[in-house]
Ligand binder design. Structure first.
Ligand code: ADP
Ligand code: MG
Length: 352
């Protein structure tokens, strides 16, 4: 075969994982990972070996992302998929108030997957890890017979006295959310309906920003009494706080902060409002704080350049979750104390 035919063949036949092999792929990942002296032994040995900040407690979270359950290859590019796989896990560390440290990545990959796609995935994944100073230390790579499977474990740390759990809310606390909500759900809704979302909205769905700096600041300044990341939607995730804290709440949906793009869209399509508000995957933080922290929270918001908006208040358990919508009068949608009723309109994998 002469040089030209060889070049042509390379252009038309993409390199697949089957051609490169598992170990070739792992070696490429290893070369791309940023060095970290806290990692005594990373990719390459039977276990990773990492140091740990003395006096702190270990936070560990894991999320699975399965093709056609959590994502569709047609709706998300591979860089974004890598980014999002890291983001959804880092967001859980943010929600406890912790710092992210170490990441392990399990991949089940169909043999025909193109190497370029895997490289784009790893590029997105590691770009966000680098941004948040989290180091990929190991993982596992296997062939999948059906679709791409991604399993990410992130570990972090926090001084135990600073932990922000779901159980810490008390009546009288104000409920805050960071950033704007609904952009991600609107983008997903549009893709499901065959519409093309605005680039800005699609980015919010495909490349969420985990709010680690916010979570850490709230925890270290002891501002938040309870915290959760918004993955299932505000009603469901606030419901989790109410269940764990044994409280009720009043949520004024008119106060939920929306981006200009989403506001404009909902003016044209007001019938989509509830679906957009209910939708999840914003990966913003929802937290509660005593009313006297209001000024410190405003200062933190200004410092981070991130809106922190009060959307309601925590009430005693018998009040349930009361939602105020346009029209003004509150409607009780559930009681915070009952786990099953506390997931109104959120995402549930096993519900028909
Ligand atoms: P073992 O046989 O001990 O499970 P493997 O051959 O599966 O080891 O993996 C070799 C090394 O590569 C290990 O250190 C493992 O943690 C790492 N590794 C495998 N897959 C990945 C991946 N997807 N991302 C990061 N590290 C990986
Ligand atoms: Mg292995």
């Amino acid at each position: 075969m002469d040089k030209n035919t060889h070049q042509k063949k390379q252009e038309t036949t993409p390199v697949t994982l089957a051609a490169l092999g598992e170990f070739g792929f792992i070696e490429r990942i290893r070369q791309r990972v940023r060095a970290n002296t806290a990692v005594l032994s990373g990719i390459g040995d039977d276990c990773s070996v990492c140091t740990f900040p003395p006096g702190e407690v270990l936070l560990t979270t894991k999320d699975l992302l399965l093709e056609d359950i959590h994502f569709r290859r047609a709706w998300i590019d591979m860089y974004s998929l890598g980014w999002k796989s890291a983001a959804v896990n880092l967001s859980d560390i943010a929600a406890m108030g912790g710092s992210a440290l170490y990441v392990h990545l399990g991949l089940g990959i169909p043999a025909a997957t193109e190497l370029d796609d895997l490289e784009a995935f790893m590029h997105g994944f590691l770009s966000l890890c680098d941004q948040e100073n989290a180091t990929l230390c190991g993982g596992d790579t296997c062939r999948s017979m059906q679709g791409l499977c991604i399993s990410v474990t992130v570990q972090g740390s926090i001084p135990p006295a600073e932990l922000c759990q779901r159980s810490g809310a008390t009546p009288g606390d104000i409920i805050y959310v960071s950033g704007t909500l609904g952009d991600s759900a609107l983008a997903l809704l549009q893709m499901q309906e065959g519409e093309k979302p605005e680039a800005e909205l699609a980015l919010r769905h495909n490349r969420p920003q985990p709010r680690l700096q916010l979570g850490r600041s709230l925890a270290s300044q002891r501002l938040a009494s309870a915290m959760i990341d918004l993955s299932d939607g505000i009603f469901a995730d606030l419901g989790h706080i109410l269940t764990h804290s044994g409280c009720g709440a009043e949520l004024d949906t008119r106060l939920i902060p929306l981006s200009a793009a989403t506001q404009k869209h909902l003016q044209q399509q007001p019938q989509r409002r509830l679906q957009v508000l209910k939708g999840g995957e914003d990966y913003e933080l929802l937290f509660t704080a005593p009313a006297e922290r209001q000024q410190q929270i405003a200062q933190l918001s200004a410092k981070l350049g991130l809106p922190l908006t009060a959307v309601g208040k925590i009430l005693p358990a018998p009040e349930g979750l009361r939602c105020i919508d346009h029209g003004g009068s509150p409607q009780t949608t559930s009681t915070g104390a009952k786990p099953d009723a506390s997931n109104p309109g959120g995402f549930n994998h096993f519900r028909a």
